[in-house]
Design a protein around this ligand. Structure first.
Ligand SMILES: [Fe+2]
Length: 207
C-alpha cells in the first residue's frame, strides 16, 4: 500500500490526489447495500489471472505489486507517446486511474484464516464495482472512463480516449508478463523438486 501512496504523490491536482489517497485508505464501500462485503487489506489483496495460457493452472497474483509496476510503466510510456506523437496526455488521470483500477479486487476476494484467497460472492466484478465506487466518490469522468474501459473492446465500456487505449493495452501487457513470469517460476520450482527427488533417490541407491 505504501508504494501506491507514494505513486499518488505524483498526481498534481490536489483534489484528485486527495480522492485517490482516501480511496486507497478508506475501505468502506459507499453503497450501504454492499456493507456486508469486506474490503481486504490492500497489502494482502490478491486474485487469479484471467489472461494467459490456462494450462499453467490457477496462479495467484498480487494486486499492489501489479498496480505499482503498471503505474510506472504507464508514466514512462505516456512520456514517450507524448514526445513521439506530439499529443498531450492527461497524466493525472492516467496515474489516478492506474492506482485505482484494481482496488476492488480486494472486495472480490478475501483471505481465509489459512491465507487462501476466497471469493466473496459479490455479484459485481471489480471493474463494475470500481467504476461505481469512483462515481460515488465524485471522481472526474476521464478517470472513471479509464477504469471502466480497462478490459478493452470486449468490455461494456470500450476505451474511447488516448489515455484509456494506452492504459488498457499496458494493463494487458503487464498482466501477461506477470502470468508467464509467475507461471514459469512455478514450473521451475516443480522441476527443481523432481530433480532433487531423483538425486536423493540416486544417492540412497548408491549408499
Ligand atoms: Fe490490472
Amino acid at each position: 500500500m505504501e508504494s501506491l501512496l507514494k505513486l499518488a504523490e505524483k498526481i498534481q491536482d490536489k483534489d484528485l490526489r486527495k480522492k485517490v489517497i482516501d480511496y486507497i485508505k478508506d475501505k468502506k464501500l459507499k453503497n450501504k447495500h454492499f456493507e456486508k462485503y469486506k474490503r481486504e487489506d490492500l497489502d494482502k489483496a490478491g486474485s487469479y489471472f484471467s489472461v494467459g495460457n490456462a494450462s499453467l493452472g490457477p496462479i495467484e497474483r498480487d494486486v499492489v505489486h501489479h498496480t505499482t509496476v503498471l503505474t510506472h510503466l504507464v508514466i514512462q510510456t505516456a512520456k514517450i507517446i507524448e514526445a513521439g506523437y506530439g499529443i498531450k496526455l492527461d497524466m493525472d488521470a492516467l496515474v489516478a486511474a492506474s492506482i485505482c483500477h484494481d482496488i476492488m479486487k480486494s472486495t472480490e476476494y478475501n483471505r481465509d484464516d489459512s491465507g487462501e484467497l476466497e471469493p466473496t460472492g459479490i455479484s459485481l466484478d471489480h471493474t463494475m464495482l470500481g467504476t461505481a465506487e469512483l462515481y460515488a466518490r465524485d471522481f472526474p469522468e476521464e478517470v472513471i472512463h479509464i477504469v471502466a474501459s480497462h478490459a478493452g473492446e470486449a468490455g461494456t465500456t470500450p476505451p474511447r480516449s488516448f489515455e484509456a487505449v494506452i492504459f488498457h493495452h499496458l494493463d494487458t501487457l503487464a498482466s501477461l508478463m506477470e502470468y508467464y513470469a509467475l507461471g514459469y517460476s512455478k514450473i521451475n520450482e516443480k522441476l527443481k523438486k523432481i530433480v532433487e527427488e531423483k538425486m536423493n533417490e540416486m544417492g540412497e541407491k548408491s549408499e
